[in-house]
Write a protein that binds this ligand. Sequence first.
Ligand SMILES: [Zn+2]
Ligand SMILES: [Zn+2]
Length: 449
Amino acid sequence: MGKQVRVTKAAFAAVTGALLCSTAALAQDDGLRAAVSEDMPELMELYRDLHANPELSFEEHETAARLAARMRALGFDVTEGVGRTGVVAVMENGAGPTVLIRADMDALPVVEQTGLPFASTVTATPATGVETGVMHACGHDTHMTAWIGAAQQLVDRKDDWSGTLVMILQPAEELGEGALAMLEDGLFERFPKPDYALAFHDAAQFPAGMIGYSPGYALANVDSVDVTVRGIGGHGAYPQTTKDPVVLASAIVMKLQTLVSRELSPLEPGVVTVGSFRAGSKHNIISDEAKLQLTVRSYTDEARKLLLDGIARIARGEAIAAGMPEDKLPVVTVAEPYTPSTFNDPEFTEGVMAGFRQRFGDDRVMQVPSVMGGEDFGQFRRADPDGVESLIFWIGGVPEEQWQAVQAGEGSLPSLHSPFWAPDAEAVIATGAEALAGAALRLMPASGG
Ligand SMILES: [Zn+2]
Ligand SMILES: [Zn+2]
């Protein structure tokens, strides 16, 4: 996912201070942190290997196979090939709720420039047909490693929990298609259906080890819309003989700006961005077509419908105003499937965070603003909104040194998807493994309560 999360400087400073004082007594010490830390050398080895061998969306064959083998060795009942390259690992451990923990596996078509000794040199040819480098530029390698770390802890502590653990490795998060592919392949029918679903994502705007969360809508509906604006071409010196699609498409672009500002409630988030506008071939030719590519963001189904209907209506209306005949009105296409918004059930979220506050201390757990980025984790709750409560949270990944430098006004932070994104993987993985295992233990108490 491509997202930007922002926290105030004061909040950052508070968190950094807390991390600097991390030798202070743990808020809650049930031995989990020490156990995770014992596993860290081996987990970091796994992380470096995953980082050096990234695979693109729906191509995660090696990644899936090696992690599936590890889960089998831990005693999970493992099924591969769910939703193409997805993996489902189930452990039934007595009566109690079913908890799903998800990690995503795919990397991005990005040429790595971190300079890390274990940087990826992998190349691949994605659907675009152009060969590219491949990089875990979104940190999914940290997610997978923490997921393994959590699994190890939960297997070691089988006496401490009672219920069913469903650990899944999801393909193609970056396409927004992998979660749906697993669901359509029977994730909730062939395997125990979860009462709770959990995941985390690393964050490029928080210091390493900080946990951020947003109750309610956390990430947005993401729609890609193509608008083909048709015109009647001709000589640039004789516009009266043409219908200029550049002028028409420009009018559409400007009118689209009124959707969020004039039609959507001021209290409802929405974004309509025209990211691409292409037309024409030469100075003195009026072309017969212009193409617009839009990204449209919203939280609710209602806002999404308002924006998408509005785009179609404005495109059509502006074309009619320009005098285009009925058979040459714009063609508006909304890409399927779209990425639905991610909703963190507020009560469930606060419950898990209460556990995190006890475990990590108040200073490391912070409510943060929601974002208009997308993440297909929302699909799992959406498949059964009354049955599945879900939560995705952030774990900060900015290394201490880099953090201090930026605080001092030197340099800037790379975002997720940047070729320079090199998180403090050790902090992300240790925090992630402890957080996921700790949340699962809390949700599936051994008393069966
Ligand atoms: Zn991403
Ligand atoms: Zn991601």
